[in-house]
Design a protein around this ligand. Structure first.
Ligand code: CAA
Length: 258
């Protein structure tokens, strides 16, 4: 399908989705969010795709929600349309792993979109921030919730209350991103990581995604029970037999998602 605000490429088992509104530093307007969710759902349903990489340009992953689109809206408009509710729900329903490959600005909704992915690889020029306070609003897609869980209360308050940006080094130190790589090899490295994940059994990649995400929604005891039961259930799969046999036979496992 032809999109106007994103570019989608599927190579081997990896689907790469590039946000592509360079004139607005990839600001997230409704059109882009609709196309993004559509492309993610298509990748989720495409049997060939086993891992997804979401990226932007060298200058901006995304500079936030589109301020020009929102500026004249009223409370009633925002509330009745449940602005951001639908794209957020659609995004969080994707079952395959999504890696955010972030270069340049990831601000406001851009930082929140990166945090909605399963983990973030940052280029050394990446800048994260929740500057909504400078616009007279607060974050609307997780900047006060997910950021707090990633970096703790003190830094989340600092970022949200001052609107300051966090560089890649601080983001890695604070647990917001999993790795920092040189800007010019960002996409290549993110795709190589995605290809590694794509080699695993999809039964386990999806189970891990669900289990880690469950840890945000439940108590430790319930989360550990959920994890243990999923662990038990995987012993009813061919991929568990194959993985453990391959280890003992000192060969690479050939997973078949069964
Ligand atoms: N919405 C709409 N347009 C945006 C935008 C945004 N979030 N961010 C940048 N742009 C546009 C600019 O208006 C400009 O377009 P024009 O040339 O037509 O004026 C173009 O992108 C380039 O931007 P700048 O000239 O500002 O580029 P710069 O290099 O000087 O500055 C920047 C870069 C620091 C990222 C600056 O653009 C900026 O501060 N952007 C806004 C960041 C922001 O406040 N994000 C939060 C948005 S609200 C939100 O996201 C709510 C939520 O929680 C979901």
């Amino acid at each position: 399908m032809a999109y106007e605000t994103i570019i989608v490429e599927v190579e081997d088992s990896v689907c790469t989705i590039k946000l592509n509104r360079p004139e607005a530093l990839n600001a997230l307007n409704s059109h882009l969010l609709g196309e993004l969710c559509d492309a993610l759902q298509a990748a989720d349903q495409n049997d060939k795709v086993r891992c997804i990489v979401l990226t932007g340009s060298a200058k901006a992953f995304a500079a936030g929600a589109d301020i020009k689109e929102m500026s004249e809206k009223s409370f009633v408009d925002m509330f009745l349309s449940d602005f951001f509710g639908e794209p957020h729900r659609d995004f969080m329903a994707i079952r395959k792993p999504i890696i955010a490959a972030v270069a340049g600005y990831a601000l406001g909704g851009g930082c929140e979109l990166a945090m909605m992915c399963d983990f973030i690889i940052a280029a050394d020029n990446a800048k994260f921030g929740q500057p909504e306070i400078n616009l007279g609003v607060i974050p609307g897609m997780g900047g006060t919730q997910r950021l707090t869980r990633f970096v703790g209360k003190s830094k989340a308050m600092d970022m949200n209350l001052t609107g300051r940006f966090m560089d890649a080094e601080e983001a890695e130190r604070s647990g917001l991103v999993s790795r920092v790589v040189p800007a010019k090899t960002l996409l290549e490295e993110a795709q190589a990581i995605a290809a590694k994940i794509a080699e695993k059994s999809m039964l386990t990649t999806i189970a891990i995604k669900e289990s880690v995400n469950r840890s945000y929604e439940t108590t430790m005891t319930e989360g550990l029970l959920y994890e243990r039961r999923v662990f038990h259930s995987l012993f009813n799969t061919e991929d568990q037999k194959e993985g453990m046999a391959a280890f003992q036979e000192k060969r690479q496992a050939q997973f078949r998602d069964r």
